[in-house]
Each structure stands twice: as structure tokens, then as C-alpha cells.
Ligand binder design. Structure first.
Ligand code: FEO
Ligand code: CA
Ligand code: CA
Length: 633
């Protein structure tokens, strides 16, 4: 297909064009049975067999409590109504402002953003990247440093200087590579307004050309070697950085997601290996055209370059000269985020989703233990990767990926992680997006955003995708949030119990499984939960990246949005609605918790937005606070 078509499509639509699925139909009887049999919410009750018996009873009681006794709700604000306005809407008593936008200079020697051209390679290298996504804030001697992922770009917007947004020159590619990666910026609230501290020594851009060390089992392996790096130890750059993580030792984790979409082949008969196909690498890129100016993106010239991407990258935000480290021990797949927990026994646990239809949910357990005040800088270099198996009876277990269980070497497990997970019989999931761990108890949540292929066809590795367990709906359009509790409150335990916290849907249109679970109603409904984060009080913030057509099955759901949930009662309220054609993603809080930072990504991705400045739409991080200055999380 032409680049022009590509660039007008969202990711899902592009994917649909490349890999079409069957028409959406009503759910099958089995899905209905699954949904009605199992309560979707068990509140504080134990999950497992108990959930099957008391699930819906508990849920009814919860709903009654929330409806009859609003004073008992922990969500003390008036819910924002779904809408399709081209602005951000927050509850009465709250306000928002833009903190930083794509193209904003980080240094005083950089030119101001040029909306007519979208800037140049040189200006972009000194400016805030595009499509801000996951983020984390670090406090240091009273200063606040924000790390923000810059996931990808819209060609039409980025390449406003070119006809139809088609990158044409080497400088266009330089700009595109610099618009990706991570923006590290010091921020401050001055004169009551949040903004970037220009020229801070912490300000830094990490892009698709920044050198970084390869660590862990894949370091130096033959599969990692290229002409430019014959030892397989230094990778150039990171891109498509989606969600994030934050370690207790003060580093930032950035997660490489759709890394495959940047590779192409000038030789259209170049033989694609089964492993390349499993990761979606093909002869054509997604319109970025990086191979035009950098031969490492041409598979026929550098077939092993893709093996060096699809990892978690660890960054020290306080040391602008420190080289980022690719942590191959955490596996190679389309990483969403990296939720870090220190287990009671001191091992570091990282929960990781692979965001692709029918792929898996993972857990990394470090070999060594976290030592408070000690040197924890390489805890992510060595450990064991596990993949989740969910049983239909609300139990589950973590299956270790080792040479013994997979017949693969440790390096092969790190590089071809999807293949390893398929070998041990992991559960195919409905696109695992962000994972969030409850700060008040050993309980973890994961957004399963949607999966039109559920029950329709196997994943790219040939694994079946039956509509059972935590993925109960065939052709799942709305998504759900699964949660699990590790045995003995131990994040390193082999076993867990699970249930579904919410099954998104549209009760105004459907009265079957598409209506969603009982904590979804006509006022708070949404689709495609994606971003997920707990605040310090233990409330769960849910962000959507879904269908914003406001039509048919999605009628009444409006633009993408952010909701907040009480994990104990299951109550969910809409807190924010984004501008047109955006997604809402990523969250961080100021050190004093009076400001919440949120990413508004790709407003106007199809051309219908001028947010936030009334000119070209620009992805931006916004700062939300209460009018009375009280805490917000
Ligand atoms: Fe970049 Fe799965 O979202
Ligand atoms: Ca996402
Ligand atoms: Ca998504």
C-alpha cells in the first residue's frame, strides 16, 4: 500500500489493512456463559473457587453501596460526561494546562517550533519528542526531572514540509529518528505555571541514534552481531517506546514496542525467517522510510539488526552522560510497560505485557536481591523470565522459561522470547497493555485492551486463542482488566488466583456480553483500556486508546478518556476526556502530589484536531491540579 494510505491510519487500522480479520459479530453462547457464570468483581474477598460462588452477589452489594451511599465513595468528584469536543475536559474543581508539547525546545540555542514545517532534523534533536506516552518523575535535591517516552509519529504532522507527509530527504529521516525515543527534562512550576526548565543540565534527548549497551544473556551472542557492531554489544538507539517503569534505585525503564515497523527490505525476495514473521518484520516498513537514509534498517543488508530491538532499556535520569542499558534478560517482544515490585524476599519482580493479539503476559524475577542503600544498578541484568498460564477455574501459574523447559539457550530465550513462551504452553492474551501493582496489597492488574482475533485465528506463532479464562469474549472489541493475587502475597510465588476487575462494554447498545460487567454503566462506559497506574492512595487510573467513532457499538463513549477506579469496591468514574482523535496514556505525579501529569498522544491522528494551540495538532503532556491546590493522588 502507499505511504499516503498508511499515514492516515491509526495503528489498529493499519494492522487491519495488513492482516484483515473477519467482520465483528455478536458474541458466541460460550462467551455469554463465561460472562454470566463468573462474577467480575469480588471486592476484598478471596478469588478462586470463592469467586465462582459469590462473585455476582458481592458485586451487587458493592453496586448498592456505591449507588445508595455516595458519601462512602472514595471518588469524590462529579463524573465528566463522555464527549467529542476538541479539548480536555476535567471535573469541576480541577484544571489543566499544557506542560510540554512536541517540538518545544529544551535548550535556548534551539529554534522555536515551526508549525508550518514541523521543524528540521537539527531542531528536533534539541526539542521535545513526538507522541509522548509513558513517563516517570524523579525528585533530586528539590528539583524534578521528568522522563517521557516519545513513542512514534504521524507522518502527515511530522513531515508537514513534504507533500502528503512523505519523508523525502535524509534530513526528514534525521528528524523522524530524533522525534522518537525519550525526552528527559527538568520541569518546574514558576509563577503558578508548569513548564520545561530550558538548558537544565538534566535535559537530554535519547533517540533512535543514541548508543546504548546491550546487557544480559543476549550480549555478544551471534544473533546480535552486525557490520557496525561485530561484537554484538552496542545497539544504536531505541524507538517506539511505549509504556515505562521506574525502579526503587532511581532509574527509568523505557519499553520498546512496535520496533518492527521501521524495517524494510530493498530486495523484495529477501527470505524472511519464521522468527522475523513472529515479530511482524516484513519487506515493508510502516511508512517511516528509515532504510532510505540508514542501511541498518534494510533487512537485505543487515538482517540481524532487528534482533537488537524489542527490549526494556534502563536509563539513569540524573546522569546525562550515562549510556542507557538494554536489559535483554527481560525478554524481546512488543513491550508495553514494566511494572517493578520488590518482593517480600527481596527479589525484584518486573511484570511485562506483550501487546499483540494472542501474545503473552510475563514476569521477570531477579537473581540477586534488592539491598536498600546498596548498589542495585545491575539487578535487571540477570534473572529468570516466566510467562503466565491462566486456568479456567480462576487459578494460574508462572511457567519458567529456561533451557530445560524450552530447549533453547538463555540467549535464544532472551532474543526469541515469544517462541520460548509458546513452547511451554502459555495463555494467549487479548493484547496485554499496562500492568499496575496495588501499593496496598499483593495484587496486580493488567489491561487486555481488545482482540478482534480472539476465537477467530491463532497468534502469529500458531497458538490457539480460545475464548476462555481471562479472555472470555470472541472477537473482543471492548477489552477488560484482569487482576491476580500471588499465592501467600509473594510476588515470586509460582501460583496465583485471578479474576476480572472489569469487562468494558456498551450497556446502552448491547444486552449481551458486549454490555460489559456490572460495574460498567451508561454513564461511565469506555472501550479499550490501555494505560494503567496506581496512585499513592491506591486508586487505579485507567486510560483508553480505543475506538472514538462514537458510533454503533461505541455510541455514547466519545473521545478517549481517563477513568479512576476503587479496586476495593469496583466503582469506576470518568475523570477526563481528551481532545479529538487522541489517546490518553502515561501518568506521573509531582513530588508534592498536587499535580498529575498525563500524556495526550496523537490528537487529530486522522486530521480532525487543532489541539492544543489552534494550529497543527501537537502531542503534549498536560498538568492537572485541583483549583484548591490540594493533593490529587
Ligand atoms: Fe503503545 Fe500497546 O501501546
Ligand atoms: Ca499503550
Ligand atoms: Ca493501545
Amino acid at each position: 500500500m502507499s505511504v499516503k494510505q498508511d499515514q492516515l491510519l491509526g495503528f489498529d487500522e493499519h494492522d487491519e489493512l495488513v492482516r484483515p480479520a473477519a467482520e465483528v459479530v455478536e458474541f458466541e453462547e460460550t462467551a455469554k456463559r463465561m460472562v454470566s457464570r463468573r462474577g467480575f468483581l469480588t471486592g476484598g474477598a478471596a478469588v478462586g473457587a470463592t469467586a465462582l460462588v459469590m462473585g455476582s452477589t458481592t458485586l451487587s452489594a458493592t453496586k448498592a453501596m456505591a449507588a445508595d451511599h455516595p458519601e462512602m465513595s472514595r471518588l469524590a468528584f462529579e463524573m465528566v460526561k463522555a464527549n467529542t469536543m476538541d479539548t480536555v475536559t476535567v471535573p469541576e474543581g480541577y484544571k489543566w494546562e499544557v506542560l510540554a508539547s512536541w517540538g518545544e525546545p529544551l535548550f535556548s540555542n534551539a529554534p522555536e517550533f515551526n508549525p508550518a514545517t514541523g521543524g528540521t532534523g537539527a531542531s528536533q534533536e534539541l526539542a521535545f519528542g513526538d507522541h509522548n506516552d509513558g513517563m516517570a518523575l524523579f525528585s533530586h535535591n528539590g528539583r524534578q526531572i521528568l522522563c517521557v517516552n516519545n513513542e512514534y509519529t504521524n507522518l502527515n504532522t511530522l513531515h508537514a514540509n513534504r507533500a502528503d507527509g512523505v519523508p523525502t530527504t535524509a534530513d526528514d529521516i534525521r528528524k523522524s529518528k530524533a522525534a522518537h525515543g525519550i525526552s528527559v527534562v527538568e520541569i518546574a512550576r514558576r509563577g503558578g505555571k508548569w513548564g520545561i526548565v530550558k538548558d537544565s543540565e538534566f535535559n537530554r534527548r535519547i533517540t533512535a541514534d543514541t548508543e546504548m549497551d546491550i546487557t544480559g544473556p543476549a550480549r555478544g551472542h551471534d544473533l546480535m552481531k552486525t557490520k557496525a557492531d561485530p561484537k554484538g554489544v552496542v545497539a544504536k538507539g531505541t524507538w517506539n517506546n511505549c509504556g515505562n517503569g521506574q525502579t526503587p534505585w532511581g532509574t527509568y525503564l523505557t519499553c520498546e514496542e512496535n520496533f518492527n515497523g521501521y524495517f524494510s527490505s530493498t530486495n523484495k525476495s529477501f527470505p524472511l525467517t519464521p522468527q522475523m514473521k513472529r515479530y511482524g518484520i516484513s519487506h515493508d516498513d510502516w511508512g517511516y522510510k528509515w532504510a532510505m537514509a540508514d542501511s541498518r534498517f534494510d533487512l537485505s543488508q543487515e538482517p540481524q539488526e532487528p534482533n537488537r530491538f524489542g527490549y526494556i532499556v534502563e536509563i539513569d535520569p540524573l546522569n546525562p552522560n550515562a549510556r542507557p542499558k538494554k536489559r535483554t534478560a527481560l525478554g524481546r517482544f512488543k513491550h508495553e510497560n514494566a511494572e517493578v515490585e520488590v518482593a517480600a524476599n527481596g527479589h525484584v519482580v518486573v511484570y511485562l505485557g506483550d501487546d499483540e493479539r494472542g501474545e503473552f503476559l510475563y514476569r521477570f524475577v531477579s537473581k540477586n536481591k534488592f539491598v536498600a542503600g546498596g548498589d542495585n544498578s545491575d539487578l535487571l541484568e540477570e534473572g529468570t523470565l516466566y510467562v503466565a498460564k491462566f486456568n479456567d477455574n480462576n487459578t494460574g501459574m508462572w511457567l519458567a522459561l529456561t533451557p530445560e523447559t524450552t530447549g533453547m539457550t538463555e540467549a535464544e530465550i532472551a532474543i526469541y522470547t515469544r517462541e520460548a513462551a509458546s513452547k511451554v504452553g502459555a495463555t494467549t492474551m487479548d493484547r496485554p497493555e499496562w500492568v499496575a501493582s496495588n501499593p496496598n496489597k499483593a495484587e496486580v492488574y493488567c489491561c487486555l485492551t481488545n482482540n478482534k482475533n480472539r476465537g477467530v485465528k491463532p497468534n502469529a506463532g500458531g497458538d490457539e486463542t480460545p475464548a476462555v479464562g481471562p479472555n472470555p469474549r470472541v472477537k473482543n472489541n471492548f477489552g477488560q482488566i484482569v487482576r491476580w493475587r500471588p499465592e501467600s502475597q509473594d510476588h515470586t510465588a509460582a501460583n496465583f488466583n485471578w479474576d476480572l476487575f472489569v469487562l468494558a462494554g456498551n450497556p446502552a447498545v448491547y444486552d449481551d456480553a458486549n454490555a460489559g460487567s456490572k460495574n460498567v454503566n451508561k454513564d461511565n462506559m469506555f472501550n479499550s483500556p490501555d494505560g494503567l497506574k496506581f496512585d499513592s492512595k491506591g486508586l487505579l487510573w485507567i486510560q483508553t486508546d480505543g475506538n472514538y467513532s462514537n458510533e454503533k457499538g461505541f455510541a455514547g463513549q466519545g473521545n478517549n478518556q481517563m477513568l479512576v477506579a476503587d479496586p476495593e469496591t469496583g466503582e469506576i468514574k470518568r475523570f477526563l476526556v481528551g481532545p479529538k482523535e487522541c489517546e490518553i496514556t502515561g501518568a506521573a505525579w509531582s513530588a508534592d502530589r498536587t499535580t498529575m501529569f498525563v500524556s495526550v498522544q496523537h490528537p487529530g491522528e486522522k486530521g480532525d484536531s487543532s489541539w492544543p494551540y489552534g494550529t497543527v495538532p501537537r502531542s503534549s503532556v498536560i498538568a492537572i491540579s485541583r483549583e484548591d491546590g490540594e493533593m490529587i493522588g
